[in-house]
Ligand binder design. Structure first.
Ligand code: 1PR
Length: 476
């Protein structure tokens, strides 16, 4: 859609087609996260033209940092093209354009669930373009509303690995340990001590989460620290199959790094990410490589353009690059600790579980699924990743993973205050109220859970019901 416009501050030296006389500009990030990422509503401007299946109460999936601002006084000819507008923060922008047989959307209909599929269907069924349009006399000019409709996102995450029989399964650990450690009970006769926990098949679980209302899905290859050549990458087939039945965004993580094929061919991280994007991924999530890149940037003072984050963001846009952080607490005595992370030390809340109440700690980043700790704090990693070009932070917590104790609110708050890009809180969800708490107290854009959804202890619908009851905007 944006190429129809005159120019873009994303690439000032390149001209657009100039068919719509108005520039594309970046969102203002003073008071909101940028990219604008998630489900937002679109207001129809001209009720007399065919709405193409778009309804006022429908939500569509957006992921972008630049937009055509809706400015009728300055660009009156451009706003005649506006089919819908959408509001983010106090900024109103053109979210779809329509004239004669031209139609373009800023959002992604192919990733907007049923609402998007209805729109595509209506468009494909149109045998004739509308009559050549004269500017509609009924064009109602809009002004920003007090509040935008961007919803909070609920993400279902599947940690994927091969089990001991070599089958790819969705697994789930406690503090990243995904093997059973208890003797099999009579009801669980199939469970062997030490076996990889098997909670289902990735594609069928993905389909289940799509139909139960997940706003996004995340598939993580958790054994990617092993040698995993692109040529022989079973996750690609999983992504391809999932993308055929899931019409909400898919984030793929694990192993987004340089790999070597069995014949010795080197594949750059950009090639690996490209293979996932072509298979149907919308975002790639980078873990260990992000830690190394930030360590490197901190020692030289700036990014050198060679990291996976920089390269992938340059080619596919920063909104396609998620950095997944695996922090672990390092407990300290706050009265005597005078180390480099003293400004990042947090204390257990008065209402915290017993084991945390009187303690203090900082968060250290790890690589290889928590197997190795690195000399980088969570704040340094989040800020460094943002500087290098990440568009979103997926914030795990090794201490809370699989515990059901609720999200780590100290961790979430620390990272939310440190960056401008959206933050996804992950690890520890045990009940629907935990989601209400993390949105109300953590200020994050999205919350992710795995175990409670896999074990069907809490449904996505139930979570959304609790959020709605608490006055938090979610997609139906
Ligand atoms: O380092 O770029 O190859 O990426 C590896 C990816 O795999 C990282 O995103 C890392 O977080 C993930 N990973 C590695 N090992 C594990 C493991 O569990 N042994 N999974 C792992 C991380 C965390 C979340 C989990 C939430 C929610 N899993 O994905 O789903 O903690 O769980 P809960 O709701 O049950 O508490 P690279």
């Amino acid at each position: 859609m944006q190429v129809l416009f005159q120019s873009s501050s994303e690439s000032p030296s390149s001209r657009g087609l100039g068919i719509i006389p108005c520039p594309i500009d970046r969102f203002d990030d003073t008071e909101k996260s940028v990219p604008h990422m998630g489900w937002n509503s679109s207001d129809l401007l001209n009720s007399q033209t065919d709405s193409l299946g778009m309804e006022e109460l429908s939500y569509y999936y957006f992921v972008h940092s630049y937009c055509a601002k809706y400015m009728p006084e300055i660009y009156p000819d451009a706003v005649q093209w506006a089919h819908t507008t959408t509001q983010y923060g106090q900024e109103l922008f053109i979210s779809s354009v329509r004239k004669d047989n031209i139609f373009g959307t800023q959002f992604h209909p192919e990733k907007s669930g049923t609402a998007g599929l209805n729109l595509l269907d209506a468009w494909l069924r149109k045998s004739q373009p509308d009559r050549p349009s004269t500017p509609p006399s009924s064009h109602t000019f809009r002004s920003p509303k007090p509040k935008h409709n961007l919803t909070k996102r609920i993400i279902a995450c599947m940690d994927v690995r091969a089990n001991d029989e070599g089958n790819l399964v969705v697994t789930k650990g406690d503090q990243y340990d995904v093997r059973e450690n208890s003797a099999p009970s009579s009801e669980q006769s199939a469970v062997t001590t030490g076996a990889v926990r098997n909670l289902g098949k990735p594609v069928s679980l993905a389909a289940r989460y799509y139909s139960s209302g997940a706003d996004e899905l995340c598939l993580l290859n958790i054994t990617s620290f092993r040698h995993s050549p692109l040529q022989d990458q079973p996750m690609l087939a999983v992504v391809r199959a999932a993308a055929k039945c899931v019409f909400v965004p898919l984030t793929i993580g694990g192993g987004i790094k340089e790999t070597v094929d069995p014949d010795g061919t080197k594949r750059s991280a950009l090639e690996v990410a490209g293979a996932y994007f072509r298979a149907g991924a919308d975002k790639v999530s980078i873990g260990s490589e992000a830690v190394y890149a930030v360590e490197n940037m901190r020692s030289t003072g700036k990014g050198d353009g060679t990291s996976a984050i920089e390269r992938i963001a340059h080619v596919y846009g920063r909104q396609a690059v998620v950095v997944s952080i695996d922090p672990r607490r390092v407990y300290v005595d706050p009265e005597i600790y005078n180390g480099p992370y003293k400004d990042e030390v947090v204390r257990g809340r008065a209402d915290a579980v017993d084991s945390e109440r009187v303690k203090a700690w900082w968060y250290q980043c790890t690589v290889s699924g928590g197997r190795e700790s690195r000399p980088v704090s969570v704040v340094q990693l989040a800020r460094g990743a943002e500087t290098l070009g990440a568009g979103e932070i997926l914030l795990n917590s090794i201490d809370r993973d699989g515990t059901g104790l609720g999200f780590d609110l100290e961790l979430v708050g620390l990272v939310r205050r440190s960056v401008k890009i959206p933050v996804v809180a992950s690890s520890g969800a045990g009940k629907k109220e935990d989601f209400v708490e993390v949105f109300e107290r953590g200020g994050v854009e999205a919350a992710l859970a795995a175990g409670i959804f896999h074990r069907e202890e809490v449904g996505i619908g139930e979570v959304k019901g609790a959020l709605r009851a608490a006055g938090i905007n979610v997609r139906n």
